[in-house]
Design a binder for this molecule. Structure first.
Ligand SMILES: NC(=O)c1ccc[n+]([C@@H]2O[C@H](COP(=O)([O-])OP(=O)(O)OC[C@H]3O[C@@H](n4cnc5c(N)ncnc54)[C@H](OP(=O)(O)O)[C@@H]3O)[C@@H](O)[C@H]2O)c1
Length: 300
């Protein structure tokens, strides 16, 4: 049993609450949302060897908040296989919000054959939880990162986190400006959190044999998409879904990405922390477009 100190919000919590979660099975009601969090172990089940009472642990991406009750609660019953120690020097706030979004970013970057050093990586929705994580990881892996955000202030922050170039996706000239900046090169890998009407622009800036990792579709379905735009550059599009990983795969991903973050000195970015009874306000903040992660403080 884990006594939670902080939990982080994700758009998927909203999708579940609104019956829009794109998985075939939804949890029985009543349900407690929340996938991310950090806390102290207050009770250990019979036969569990790898943790003791008093240990502080992060929850790795698991069924918590999906098919089991989640982290928007004072206490949570969870398998010790889904827990991991807090990396040295991280605050509780940083620890509460990293495991899901950094795993999503890392998988999206590594789900194809390995990228050559100095590849061009485009990140849409770059200011969000997954976006910031992907920008930091791609920069730490030695790639040239292009980040899209509709907000100038957030573009500036993204450059300070490792993006070489930033653009506003609502400016219709951005694909042309990017092509000019890259000279004759196109994008090698795009990590797309947005979908919707932005997607054809993402396809337009891809280079030969470019790959597009689909992570989210915050702007909904892609209207009137022409598959003919994929042929001449032999583009590939693939969906990444963390939910289908085993606890072993999830832990391996966490260990690999933590190594990349530690070597680069990258840390989770917090947008805002709300008190537990301000969960509705916290969700409002999330839907307005954060810069990093939105958290709630439960048992400080
Ligand atoms: N496949 C998986 O396993 C997996 C795992 C984790 C997350 N996801 C999905 O990945 C997506 C991103 O998650 P997140 O946690 O990064 O979200 P987030 O923290 O809410 O941020 C997304 C960012 O995208 C931009 N944005 C939001 N709505 C937009 C719209 N309609 N059009 C254009 N830009 C928009 C905003 O940036 P600006 O305002 O700065 O433009 C916002 O800051 C979600 O759909 C989530 O469910 C999937």
């Amino acid at each position: 049993m884990l006594q939670l100190s902080h939990a982080a919000l994700n758009p998927a919590d909203l999708y579940l609450a609104e019956g829009r979660y794109p998985y075939p099975v939804n949890p029985p009601l009543p349900h407690v949302l929340g996938r991310d969090g950090v806390g102290t172990i207050v009770k250990v089940g019979d036969g569990v060897k790898n943790v003791v009472e008093g240990d502080r642990r992060i929850i790795l991406r698991s069924d918590a908040g999906v098919f089991r009750w989640g982290t928007f609660a004072e206490q949570l019953s969870i398998s010790a296989d889904s827990l991991t120690p807090i990396p040295q020097g991280w605050s509780d706030e940083e620890a509460s919000c990293a495991s899901l979004v950094y795993a999503a970013g890392y998988r999206a970057l590594t789900m194809w054959e390995p990228l050559k050093p100095q590849s061009v990586v485009l990140v849409t929705g770059a200011s969000g939880g997954v976006g910031v994580a992907t920008v930091q990881l791609a920069a730490a892996m030695g790639h040239i990162v292009v980040a899209l955000s509709r907000n100038e202030e957030k573009q500036k922050r993204l450059r300070s986190l490792g993006a070489a170039l930033t653009f506003n996706p609502e400016n219709p000239g951005w694909p042309e400006e990017l092509r000019d900046s890259l000279k004759s090169r196109g994008v090698d890998l795009a990590v797309d959190n947005i979908g919707g009407k932005l997607f054809p622009d993402v396809v337009a800036v891809m280079g030969e044999h470019g790959r597009i990792s689909l992570v989210g579709e915050l702007a909904g379905p892609v209207p009137n998409f022409d598959t003919g735009t994929l042929f001449s550059r032999r583009l590939r599009i693939g969906a990444m879904a963390l939910g289908y990983s085993s606890p072993e795969e999830t832990r391996k991903t966490w260990e690999e990405l933590l190594k990349v973050m530690t070597e680069a000195g990258a840390r989770p970015q917090i947008d805002q922390v709300f008190m537990f009874d301000q969960l509705h306000e916290a969700f409002e903040r999330l839907t307005k477009g954060p810069m990093g992660k939105v958290l709630i403080r439960i048992n400080p």
